[in-house]
Design a protein around this ligand. Structure first.
Ligand code: ZN
Length: 74
């Protein structure tokens, strides 16, 4: 499917739009213990959305994602 050229905005699939993700971090260098902590999502820089060009957008749509903003404004 050919898309209109331009920028498309998607909900970040890494953090599901939260802007933060749970990561496993070691609590102590000397032990194997780890804890789940919330960290800012690197994919969207904490925005919860990502903006991509039409080529990447076509791939995302093929994987079942729906853009929340398109160049056509629809
Ligand atoms: Zn994200």
């Amino acid at each position: 499917m050919a898309l209109v050229e331009g920028e498309y905005e998607f909900t970040c699939d890494e953090c599901n739009g939260d802007g933060s993700v749970q990561v496993i971090r070691a609590t102590d260098e000397d032990s194997d213990e780890a804890e789940l902590v919330w960290d800012r999502c690197d994919d969207c820089r904490g925005q919860g959305t990502v903006t991509v060009d039409d080529e990447v957008a076509a791939e995302k749509i093929a994987y079942g994602q729906t853009p929340i903003r398109t160049p056509a404004g629809s």
